[in-house]
Design a binder for this molecule. Structure first.
Ligand code: FE
Length: 251
């Protein structure tokens, strides 16, 4: 539900040949459907809705010609932005499968902007549920777990990145990923694949790690939620568990 397979639009695949290689890797990883979610409104890339939809059609044509059994659906990874509602009014924002219900929302890797809660609230009012991508890689959330709990409590969903779970982004990000799962604050696991190298489709390894740590039910939960998105239905949501406050002992 989150990858950069669309060629030549962002820091993911650079051309159709690379996209085909990524598609083959995805199929080998057991993936049958995926959402192509190019960056939008981050500091470097602008990818508006209609353009993404056109490019996804071309990508699917190419996959068919090459006999690669993968179905690509349109999506977008939107950087949180004050102007997000102007962009929405102009028809530039693309929800998953363009059905107006789920939107991948990215926070900057350093800070969560002061207007984060407000934007999430406004999106929910419009019937759009934001899915915060890789919260485990956001510095501020890493330092302030309570903020993530509040965002989920408010109604946002979250997606962990598979390579974070298997430790490719370091120990801190890995242990925060585990805490997020343990507090019922994660709803999806996705690859956020950018290429076939260091940022590929490490989905199965992540599921294996989750199964080992929490049992097969937890893996089923993530898989079923991803499947729900493809079917245009709502995922199941577990009640978020607040983080225990750390008391500093004074002696
Ligand atoms: Fe991404």
């Amino acid at each position: 539900m989150h990858c950069h397979i669309l060629p030549g639009v962002d820091d993911g695949s650079q051309d159709m040949q690379e996209s085909m290689a990524m598609a083959k890797q995805a199929v080998e990883a057991g993936i049958t459907h995926l959402f192509a979610t190019p960056h939008h409104l981050n500091e470097s890339y602008v990818n508006v809705k209609d353009d993404i939809i056109d490019r996804v059609i071309k990508l699917n044509d190419c996959l068919q010609q090459e006999n690669i059994p993968l179905s690509v659906h349109p999506g977008q990874e939107v950087r949180i932005h004050r102007d997000i509602f102007t962009s929405l009014e102009k028809g530039e924002i693309l929800t998953l499968d363009d059905n107006g219900t789920y939107l991948l929302l990215e926070l900057p890797s350093g800070k969560a902007p002061t207007y984060t809660q407000e934007v999430i609230y406004e999106l929910l009012l419009k019937g759009i549920t934001p899915i915060i991508v890789h919260p485990e890689r956001n510095k501020e959330l890493l330092e302030d777990h309570k903020l993530l709990f509040e965002l989920v409590q408010e109604g946002a969903l979250t997606q962990l990145t598979s390579s974070s779970i298997i430790g490719l982004f370091g120990k801190n990000v890995q242990s925060f990923s585990k805490k997020i799962i343990e507090h019922n604050l994660a709803h999806f696991v996705a690859t956020d694949a950018h290429n076939i190298g260091t940022r590929g489709f490490a989905l199965q390894q992540a599921y294996e790690t989750i199964t080992k740590a929490y049992g097969i039910q937890q893996t089923f939960y993530f898989k079923e939620n991803a499947e729900m998105l493809i079917q245009g239905q709502g995922p199941s949501i577990e009640k978020p568990v607040p983080f225990k406050r750390k008391f500093l002992g004074v002696f």
